[in-house]
Every structure is written in structure tokens, then in C-alpha cells.
Write a protein that binds this ligand. Structure first.
Ligand SMILES: C[S@@+](CC[C@H](N)C(=O)[O-])C[C@H]1O[C@@H](n2cnc3c(N)ncnc32)[C@H](O)[C@@H]1O
Length: 315
């Protein structure tokens, strides 16, 4: 891949600007499902899926389905591809199913309920679920922001990423070199961000990266993408709760990192590096199974409660 980073984004905006404009149709979902994902990263997520045209996207995690919606829409516009999306919380999983169904995109998305660390290897090893070649071409990561979780996906999933495959990681405040150099940042990097930054710098010959948060602090980037409908950092009018750092800074900081794996795929077999399970005892597992069973009944009530809370006048 020749162009990468800002140059690639300029090219993609130029190519798909009318389709980016159409993403506004999803704004009506914001009061019900919320969004913890900012405008520029939302547009770039759509653009990258259009450009990469993957057969399969692995997503963890969807929460109520906002990011899933944008990736599924890009697949639909490509006329190919599907998403396997892993969500720990059974209610969120049920809400994501409702989101993609309402948008008529359910045929592009399979939701797997459970801890991705347990469910991913099952899906990868099951030909009926995976239905693709044994590699990951497009990985979306936005789940648990701990160092332990980052060690899990770096040890188990990064080796499966194909050459020229891409990874998107959310809640990453800047480029890895700035993290390892301990530069002052608007937000203290999470354990995940520190572990990821160290990994990328240690293996820098294998990767290229692009920080959206750094790009939106660059006036030249903003001026270049504005003619195509990009670079708007204002808070959407329907957004109810703001991240305190965004509120303090006065604009959406777009904490997304895009990674291109330039090196060859390390293995086709899931590495099985161990991790600490969340539900250890039989009692915990049974309680979780019960939540799974009632989730689809409870989800509409949760949605109604959320809509009601947001439309009722504040005391
Ligand atoms: C920040 S939210 C994702 C937001 C979503 N990507 C969006 O912007 O629309 C993080 C989600 O990760 C899920 N999660 C956390 N740990 C997980 C795990 N081990 N396996 C699967 N999902 C997990 C949480 O339940 C939560 O829904």
C-alpha cells in the first residue's frame, strides 16, 4: 500500500465524499443508542471500510452498535463483506441486534455474546462461523482498556493479521512515539495504550500507523478535508453526554489509532496465549447464562428507559 495516513484520507474523502454525507441518516439513532465515537473518526471508519473492502471484519466491541452501524453501511455500499462482533454484555448485544435490524443491515452482522477472549478462538476454529480464509484482514478494537487485555490481543490476534491488514483501536490519544516518550497529553494514556505503543515501537519495521487525534490538531489536515465534508470537530446537537476531556478542550478529540500491518502474517493458528477468565466459578457462569437468556426481552425496556430519560425535562 503506497498512500497511508493523511494522504490516504485525502484520497478517500475525494473518492467517497457523497457517501460520507449520507452518514447523517444515522444521526436519528443518537438519542436512543448514544455515541462515544466522534465525528471525524466516524467518517474515517466508514472510509477505511470502503477502501479496504474486507470480506470479514472482526469487531470488539459494539456496545449498542454505533460503530457496527457505520462499518455495516460501508460493507453494504461495497456490496460485500460481513462483521463478526463480540460483546460481553448480553443487553448491549441485544441492543446492537436491534440497531442493525432497524437500519436494515442485520444481514451484514453476526453478534457473538460473551468474553471475546473465550469466544474468538471458538469462532476462528469453527468453519461454519468463520467462513473465510484463516487470517484477519480488518480488526476493530474498542473493549477493555486495560494492559492485560492489550497483552491478550497483541499475543493472540496480531499474529493472525494478514499482510496489509488493518487494525483500528479506539481510545488511543496519540501516536505511539509520543506515548513512549512520555510527552504531556490531554488525557493520561490507559494501560492498553501504553502496552500497544510499546509493542508498535518495538516492532516498528512491521507497522505503519496514523493517529486521528493528532490529525485533528493539525490545521493543515482540517483545511484539506473540509471541502469534502470532513474536519468538523463540533459536538453533535443530539449528543447528550460529553466526555469531560472533550468538554474541557471544546472540541471532539477523536482518539483513534489506525495501524497497517506491513509485515507478513506470523501464523494461521490461534496462538492460545492464556488469560484470566472473568467468570471463574460455576455460580458466576450460571448467573451470566441467565442474563444471556433474558437479554432480548429486557433490551427494549432499556431502550425505552434511555429515551424517556433523555426527553424528560431535567430537575
Ligand atoms: C467503549 S464500548 C464500545 C463502543 C462502541 N465501539 C461504539 O463506539 O459504538 C466497550 C464495550 O466493550 C465491551 N467489553 C468489555 N470487555 C469485553 C470483553 N472481554 N469481551 C467482549 N466485550 C467486552 C463492553 O461491554 C462495552 O460494550
Amino acid at each position: 500500500m503506497e498512500a497511508w495516513g493523511k494522504e490516504l484520507m485525502f484520497e478517500l474523502y475525494n473518492r467517497y465524499a457523497p457517501d460520507v454525507e449520507r452518514l447523517r441518516r444515522f444521526n436519528s439513532f443518537i438519542p436512543t443508542i448514544g455515541t462515544s465515537y466522534a465525528g471525524e473518526e466516524r467518517r474515517l471508519l466508514y472510509l477505511m471500510v470502503r477502501f479496504m473492502a474486507p470480506e470479514l471484519i472482526i469487531e470488539f466491541s459494539p456496545k449498542r452498535g454505533w460503530t457496527t452501524l457505520h462499518m455495516a453501511a460501508a460493507l453494504e455500499d461495497n456490496h460485500k463483506g460481513r462483521i463478526i462482533s463480540f460483546e460481553l454484555d448480553p443487553i448491549y448485544a441485544a441492543l446492537t441486534k436491534r440497531t442493525v435490524k432497524t437500519a436494515s443491515l442485520a444481514h451484514r452482522v453476526q453478534i457473538v455474546v460473551g468474553d471475546v477472549r473465550e469466544e474468538f478462538p471458538r469462532a476462528y476454529d469453527d468453519p461454519d462461523t468463520w467462513r473465510s480464509t484463516p487470517e484477519i484482514g480488518f480488526l476493530f478494537v474498542d473493549s477493555d482498556h486495560s494492559a492485560e487485555f492489550a497483552h491478550w490481543y497483541l499475543g493472540n490476534l496480531f499474529p493472525l493479521i494478514q499482510q496489509n491488514g488493518v487494525v483500528h483501536v479506539h481510545d488511543i490519544e496519540t501516536s505511539p512515539e509520543r506515548v513512549v516518550n512520555n510527552e504531556p497529553l490531554p488525557v493520561e494514556p490507559t494501560g492498553e495504550e501504553k502496552v500497544l505503543a510499546e509493542h508498535l515501537i518495538r516492532h516498528r519495521e512491521r507497522y505503519r500507523w496514523f493517529s486521528v487525534a493528532d490529525a485533528v490538531r493539525d490545521q493543515a489536515y482540517l483545511s484539506a478535508v473540509r471541502p469534502w465534508g470532513g474536519g468538523d470537530l463540533s459536538f453533535p446537537p443530539d449528543r447528550v453526554r460529553l466526555h469531560p476531556t472533550d468538554e474541557r478542550m471544546g472540541f471532539e478529540r477523536n482518539p483513534s489509532l489506525w495501524i497497517l500491518q506491513a509485515g507478513a502474517q506470523a501464523t494461521k493458528t490461534y496462538p492460545r496465549r492464556p488469560f484470566e477468565p472473568l467468570h471463574k466459578t460455576l455460580k458466576e457462569r450460571l448467573a451470566y447464562e441467565t442474563r444471556k437468556q433474558i437479554a432480548s426481552l429486557y433490551a427494549p425496556l432499556r431502550e425505552m428507559r434511555r429515551s424517556w430519560k433523555q426527553t424528560s425535562p431535567r430537575a
